[in-house]
Design a protein around this ligand. Structure first.
Ligand code: HEC
Length: 97
């Protein structure tokens, strides 16, 4: 009984933290990526991200390091994003279907 309550108390902040993280990914996407990749990642100037073959880790790498073989803006790292923001937005993209 005592433990149940303790677990419930601990679970609440964890739940809110992970919800906040998911929302952060979406808001970063909307402000930094949607102009090129479309409001629902359906593709516009840039390709659709719903169907990307890249893994979450590949996306993190592309955004944090850039890739010379790619067109702008992905030749260079997205320097306006922190590592945590990059992880959140990569996670958000992989949550889209
Ligand atoms: C200025 C327009 C522009 C912006 C802003 C932009 N992208 Fe892109 N993105 C592109 C273009 C163009 C490509 C294709 C580049 C290539 O493959 O040479 C691309 C490719 C990608 C790919 C690779 C897709 C694949 O399957 O190969 C990912 C992942 C991606 N973008 C994620 C993002 C994310 C996340 C953001 C926001 C943080 C973002 N992009 C912002 C234009 C943009």
């Amino acid at each position: 009984m005592r433990y149940t309550r303790l677990i419930a108390l601990l679970a609440v902040p964890v739940l809110f933290a992970s919800l906040g993280w998911a929302q952060e990914g979406e808001s970063i996407y909307k402000s930094k990526c949607a102009t090129c990749h479309g409001a629902t990642a359906e593709g516009k100037i840039g390709p659709s991200l719903k169907t990307t073959k890249l893994s979450e880790d590949d996306i993190v790498l592309l955004l944090s390091k850039g890739n010379d073989a790619r067109k702008m803006p992905h030749k260079k790292a997205m320097s306006s994003l922190t590592d945590d923001q990059i992880k959140a937005v990569a996670h958000y993209i992989k949550s889209l279907k």
